[in-house]
Design a protein around this ligand. Structure first.
Ligand SMILES: N[C@@H](CCC(=O)N[C@@H](CS)C(=O)NCC(=O)O)C(=O)O
Length: 221
């Protein structure tokens, strides 16, 4: 059983996508980042950078190794996805070249598209003051990165090549988030790829479970 510390943002959805694809048992523990729950000492003990997602795996199977046995906590979405791919023995590429490509595009996402699109969203939607330079800088960089993605997907079905992988699962939630702002209109290959991923049963289930986490409670009877 895996405990998932989660809030329904793109970084959170990456992990539910993978857990659903892999068919691993998990329990969601909401970390309401809009109320500062990521700063609670109990959560920081699992995720020292005080950001979600984080997981705790209670069934690591490494009891015979030095320091092994007992629950294992993991923070940083890229590290979590690579761990889960190893555990599931799936979604990390099927050939040497695909396995290298999975890491290239996973690192590209966590170091590039995620931070840039996140800053764009912050300055466009949440900043208490309008900062035109920041809006332009992060929008331009996100647009450039979508162009990079579009070129890759013009020649490959998925980011690693022919097989769906954790690199796609890391990237898709950010693309889905910016699609609402009309940013895919000029990136036809990204739009094609996003439609394919959106239709996967695991994607539908992952987003349904994720959205339920922050849904308002039903009115009292
Ligand atoms: N590099 C981290 C980023 C995680 C991240 O930025 N999480 C955000 C939500 S999407 C968060 O927990 N924010 C709370 C805060 O900044 O205090 C990862 O990939 O896991």
């Amino acid at each position: 059983m895996i405990d998932l510390y989660f809030w329904p943002t793109p970084n959170g959805h990456k992990i539910t996508l993978m857990l659903e694809e892999a068919g691993l048992d998990y329990t969601i523990h909401p970390v309401n980042i809009t109320k500062g729950e990521q700063m609670a000492p109990g959560f920081i003990a699992l995720s020292p950078n005080n950001k979600m997602p984080a997981i705790v795996d209670h069934d690591t199977g490494d009891g015979d190794q030095p320091g092994g046995g007992g629950p294992l906590s993991i923070f940083e979405s890229g590290a979590i996805l690579l761990y889960l791919a190893k555990k599931a023995k799936r979604f990390a590429g099927e050939t040497l070249r695909e396995r290298v490509a999975v890491k290239e595009w996973l690192f590209w996402q966590v170091g590039g598209l995620g931070p840039m699109a996140g800053q764009m969203s912050h300055f466009v939607r949440f900043a208490p003051e309008q900062v035109p330079y920041a809006i332009r800088r992060y929008t331009d960089e996100t647009t450039r990165l979508l162009g990079v993605l579009n070129r890759r997907l013009a020649e490959n079905e998925f980011l690693a090549g022919g097989s769906y992988s954790v690199a796609d699962m890391a990237t898709y939630p950010w693309v889905r988030a910016v699609a609402a702002a009309g940013m895919l209109d000029v990136h036809a290959h990204v739009a094609r790829w996003a439609e394919v991923i959106a239709a996967r049963p695991a994607t539908v289930t992952a987003y349904a479970k994720g959205s339920a986490v922050s849904a308002p409670p039903p009115p009292a009877a």
